[in-house]
Design a protein around this ligand. Structure first.
Ligand SMILES: *[C@@H]1O[C@H](CO)[C@@H](O)[C@H](O)[C@H]1NC(C)=O
Ligand SMILES: *[C@@H]1O[C@H](CO)[C@@H](O)[C@H](O)[C@H]1NC(C)=O
Ligand SMILES: *[C@@H]1O[C@H](CO)[C@@H](O)[C@H](O)[C@H]1NC(C)=O
Ligand SMILES: [Mn+2]
Length: 623
């Protein structure tokens, strides 16, 4: 899941990568973010252990071109399951783990810390050495401390789901929940273990660094639970899956066991901050159809310091990766930092009235593994008469992992789940999801499973249309209804090359080996613009780039800017025909050039009859 966070020019991209809501945050500037985020996610698969050898050539060539990306990826390649026989000391110092932490450790301890880091995706070595009840900075905005709440609030059950999590991290989640929730409001804690002992199929198996999960998460965790329950019988309940169900069904498993009127569904790598519960329970008590997310801060995966995040709503892009949004204008107008922030969707952790959650259909249990369920819940709640909000006064710190503890490629699951959301909830806008993923709308070859129950649910609840949702709840989302063709763009002269946006530091499109990732997405519109690269999700970002004839050279320029400056950004194109600029009449063509990486250069020249084709055509392309 890609959660992008944007503050003025500084953007941090959060790529949620793991089986739980794990996020990697990378800091970048401007539109570059999305490009990197999407490439980054999609090169995950090639760098999985086994494929690394075979795919090294192509993968690395793609990577080398992406300056900003390079360091990140290299680091992850190094942090991929290590070859035990070759463990040069330099590898330790190169790991991002030691960039801000651990310089004074002995070589042996560094080795152990690195192993644990590679395994968990966060600094479990350090976590084991931090107190479970460590203090957190109170990051609530001014005014939160002055709020008063009703005397009688509903009790809450807190559900933590986990798979292959470090014990100390789970225990700190539990401890912070107990310490920072008023005792009379916390009915119980429910732990859902999504079959953590399934080590054999993980390439990141716990070498000598880590106890086997069976021991750590069964015996040791049980000992802790028994101690707590000895004082408060039945206070901590445990649900164990005998096979891995993924985070979606794990959350529902936890909900099934919960008995309090309100249920909070969280990952097990969080720390609750002071006063988190009262604002949430007050809002739900006032209106049970509100689904609430706290505001998130970051626990840095390397040194476990708390990093404050700006207040945000939670949305998504057209691939349905989650995305932090600037709060809506209506919120800013209130000039009240404690006021609830209307939110189009959820990033994954939320608090909900237990019975209302069932009435609106829980989560889509037909989704697999990971991703999309948070977006589906948000859309469904809004379309079916509820609301979603983020509370500034309720704050939770959450570890954004450096990498996922699985080797499995999550992107395929996220895509499948996204298509379920599109087919059930998005009406005519489902095309946008297919376009963003760059797959055909008919015969995509992707089995999304049975959606008849979800469709029946929508009918039963008499839910509103997705157009209503876009207009009323998520007006920041961009619509792309004028797209008439999309996919990769290939030239008949050399059909294994695709049009590509080129290095992210430049605005020069190139021809590159076809890989079909975001930098090669092309969208042709009914107004004859050619967009290259990511589909900008929201109106807050001016980051769609259009092919423009600039002094007879092909360039990529932000579309609205190019239009405002009356640049040459309109192209005549028919499937299998030339791409010709409407004004300059020059054609986009390939020219042989031995200095070029793949022997060809993109030029604008007098048309010689070169032909282009694009993968998916929605409406007939006529000239
Ligand atoms: C909170 O209360 C204190 C003392 O009652 C007061 O001085 C302060 O101005 C209040 N702050 C806000 C933001 O209302
Ligand atoms: C590993 O996965 C394969 C197929 O996914 C399965 O058949 C096998 O039983 C698994 N092994 C273990 C030890 O879980
Ligand atoms: C600010 O928002 C809080 C929470 O909704 C509310 O209780 C409070 O009355 C608001 N303050 C003002 C000055 O409107
Ligand atoms: Mn998480």
């Amino acid at each position: 899941m890609v959660c992008t966070r944007k503050t003025k020019t500084l953007v941090s991209t959060c790529v949620i990568l793991s089986g739980m809501t794990n996020i990697i945050c990378l800091l970048y500037v401007g539109w570059v973010t999305n490009y990197i985020a999407s490439v980054y996610v999609k090169v995950q698969e090639p760098i999985s252990e086994k494929k690394l050898e075979e795919d090294k050539g192509d993968t690395l060539r793609i990577i080398e071109r992406l300056d900003h990306l390079e360091n990140v990826i290299k680091q992850h390649i190094q942090e991929a399951p290590p070859k035990l026989e070759e463990n040069p000391a330099e590898a330790f110092t190169d790991s991002s783990l030691f960039a801000h932490w651990g310089q004074d450790l002995s070589p042996e301890n560094r080795r152990i810390a690195l192993k644990q880091f590679q395994y968990y995706g966060y600094n479990a070595y350090l976590s084991d050495r931090l107190p479970l009840d460590r203090p957190l900075p109170d990051l609530r905005p001014n005014g939160c401390r002055n709020l008063t709440f009703p005397d009688r609030l509903p009790e809450v059950s807190i559900v933590f789901i986990f798979v292959n999590e470090a014990l100390s991290v789970i225990l700190r989640s539990i401890r912070s929940a107990i310490d920072r929730t008023p005792a009379h409001l916390l009915k119980e804690i429910i732990l859902v273990d999504d079959n953590s002992n399934n080590d054999q199929n993980l390439s990141r198996s716990p070498q000598e660094c880590c106890l086997p999960f069976r021991e750590e998460l069964k015996e040791k965790l049980k000992k802790y639970i028994d101690e707590v329950n000895a004082q408060k019988p039945g206070f901590i309940k445990v649900v164990r899956h005998s096979k891995q169900e993924g985070l979606i069904r794990s959350r529902v498993s936890g909900w099934r066991v919960a008995t309090a009127p309100v249920v909070a569904l969280f990952d097990a790598h969080v720390e609750f901050n002071v006063g988190w519960a009262e604002p949430v329970l007050t809002r739900i008590k006032e209106n049970r159809k509100r689904v609430i997310s706290p505001s998130f801060d970051n626990i840095k995966y390397d040194n476990f310091e708390i990093e404050e995040y700006p207040l945000s709503a939670q949305g998504f892009d057209w691939e349905l990766w989650c995305r932090y949004l600037n709060p809506p204008k209506s919120w800013w107008k209130l000039e009240n930092a404690t006021a609830p922030i209307r939110s189009p969707a959820l990033i994954g952790c939320f608090v909900v009235d237990r019975e209302y959650f069932q009435e609106i259909g829980l989560l889509d249990e037909g989704m697999e593994v990971y991703g999309g369920e948070n977006v589906e819940l948000g859309i469904r709640v809004w379309q079916c008469g509820g609301s979603v909000e983020v509370l500034p006064c309720s704050r939770i710190a959450h570890i954004e992992r450096a990498h996922k503890p699985y080797t499995e490629d999550l992107t395929a699951h996220v895509r499948r789940n996204a298509l379920r959301v599109a087919e059930v909830w998005m009406d005519e806008f489902k095309s946008h999801v297919y376009m963003a993923w760059n797959i055909p709308q008919e015969d995509s070859g992707i089995d999304i499973g049975d959606i008849s129950e979800r469709k029946a649910l929508r009918k039963k609840l008499q839910c509103k249309t997705f157009r209503w949702y876009l207009v009323s709840v998520y007006p920041e989302m961009r619509m792309y209804s004028d797209t008439i063709a999309y996919g990769v763009l290939q030239n008949s002269l050399k059909s294994d090359l695709c049009l590509d946006q080129g290095p992210d530091t430049e605005n020069i499109p190139i021809m590159y080996i076809c890989h079909g990732m975001t930098p090669q997405n092309v969208y042709y519109t009914s107004s004859q613009q050619l967009h290259v690269g990511v589909l900008s999700p929201t109106v807050d970002d001016d980051d769609n780039r259009c092919l423009v004839d600039v002094n007879s050279r092909p360039r990529l320029i932000e579309c609205n800017y190019a239009k405002a400056k009356r640049m040459k950004l309109y192209w005549q194109f028919t499937q299998g025909g030339p791409i010709q600029n409407r004004k300059s009449k020059r054609c986009l063509e390939l020219q042989e050039n031995s200095e070029n990486e793949f022997g060809f250069q993109l030029v604008l020249q007098k048309c010689t009859g070169q032909r282009w084709s694009i993968t998916n055509v929605l409406k007939s392309l006529s000239s």
